[in-house]
Design a protein around this ligand. Structure first.
Ligand SMILES: Cc1ncc(COP(=O)(O)O)c(C=O)c1O
Length: 334
């Protein structure tokens, strides 16, 4: 079975924009810097999870599911995009938030409600307990004669970025950009493992740089390899072996941890807003763009090797982060 044989629900009809970062390149003395705008997609402001959803919803439709279940924090991009995808596919959507119900949580998940999803606030559970609650909810739906599909299988979701690697290579060649280095946020792993698998299928045209925004090196690299191997198992016996020679893990931008702002993420958010008009946020893209800027500035990425950062989206969460900036205070004089 090849990746093309997996059921896919098409949310993206065209490649996302590959855009030169001219002012950034000029400031850093690097003539060939690019951003791939996965934050500009036609649905719900887009983001990396929409590529995963093409395969999750494809699988759900093949199973004749009638309701999608998804879990996450109220601000989760995966939950918002699942709600939007469900509305397009004509499926019901139930979202399970591991948070207390309250004004702040409802503000953060407001867009999911706008897309018609039903929200459930489970209280402050850990990810494991949250998973059990979702399984219980699925069993309940089945008893009621419904056909639930739980969003989140990492290998299926990773297929979205297997395709994205090929999409980027085609763009890189057609535009003459000849991209050699690609940067991505490092978090739960499906996006990263999918891209790395796609890169392997293409014969490793890219050096892949992952800026961890969630885990320490050992746990993070183990996750990436585990999901890569799960994708390889889906793809069948001809799948390329995992090869970490082209993967570069960058751990210096995690700061105080997941979703915590850092001086570097703030500086990157401000820099890209004020030089390129591009919005980033503190959890994923701010830290990854900070890593990208640092490596280019220090010539770890040589000036004659073109580099591209993938903007994985998450822009709506910036609207909940206005209190996190030190240099852009909310109130005058504060
Ligand atoms: C905007 C954004 N970027 C990056 C990631 C990380 O993707 P993954 O979970 O596949 O590691 C996420 C995950 O939610 C995200 O929402």
């Amino acid at each position: 079975m090849t990746i093309a044989d997996f059921p896919r629900y098409t949310f993206l009809h065209e490649p996302t924009l590959l855009q030169p970062l001219r002012r950034t390149g000029k400031a850093l003395g690097h003539p060939s810097l690019y951003v791939k705008r996965d934050d500009l997609m036609p649905i719900a402001v887009g983001g990396n999870k929409l590529r995963s959803l093409e395969f999750w919803v494809g699988a759900a439709m093949q199973e004749k599911a009638d309701v999608l279940l998804v879990a996450g924090a109220p601000v989760s991009n995966q939950c918002r995009l699942t709600a939007a995808a469900a509305s397009i596919a004509g499926l019901d959507c139930h979202i399970y938030h591991n948070a207390e119900d309250g004004l702040e949580a409802r503000r953060a998940s407001y867009l999911s409600r706008l897309f018609g999803a039903s929200l459930h606030f489970l209280g402050p559970l850990d990810e494991h307990q949250r998973g059990i609650e979702v399984e219980n909810a699925a069993a309940e739906f089945r008893r009621a004669g419904r056909r639930p599909y739980i969003i989140g299988n990492a290998a299926i979701g990773g297929l979205g970025y297997v395709r994205a690697a090929e999409e980027l290579l085609v763009q890189s060649r057609a535009s003459g950009a000849d991209i050699r280095h690609v940067f991505l946020p490092g978090s739960m792993g499906p996006t990263e493992a999918g891209f790395i698998f796609g890169n392997a299928l293409l014969g490793h045209p890219f050096q892949v740089h992952l800026a961890s925004v969630e885990y320490g090196q050992a746990e993070f690299s183990a996750r990436v390899q585990r999901i890569y191997e799960a994708i390889a198992e889906l793809a069948g016996p001809d799948a390329p072996e995992f090869n970490d020679a082209v993967i570069h893990y960058h751990m210096d931008f995690l700061g105080d941890g997941y979703a915590r702002p850092s001086p570097e993420s703030e500086a990157a958010i401000i820099a890209f807003a004020r030089t390129e008009g591009i919005l980033l946020e503190h959890t994923y893209t701010g830290k990854t763009f900070a890593c990208f800027l640092d490596l280019v500035r220090r010539r770890v990425i040589p000036a004659d090797e073109p580099a591209c950062i993938i903007h994985t989206g998450g822009v709506p969460s910036l609207f909940t982060q206005f209190g996190l900036f030190r240099e852009v205070p909310l109130m005058p004089g504060s």
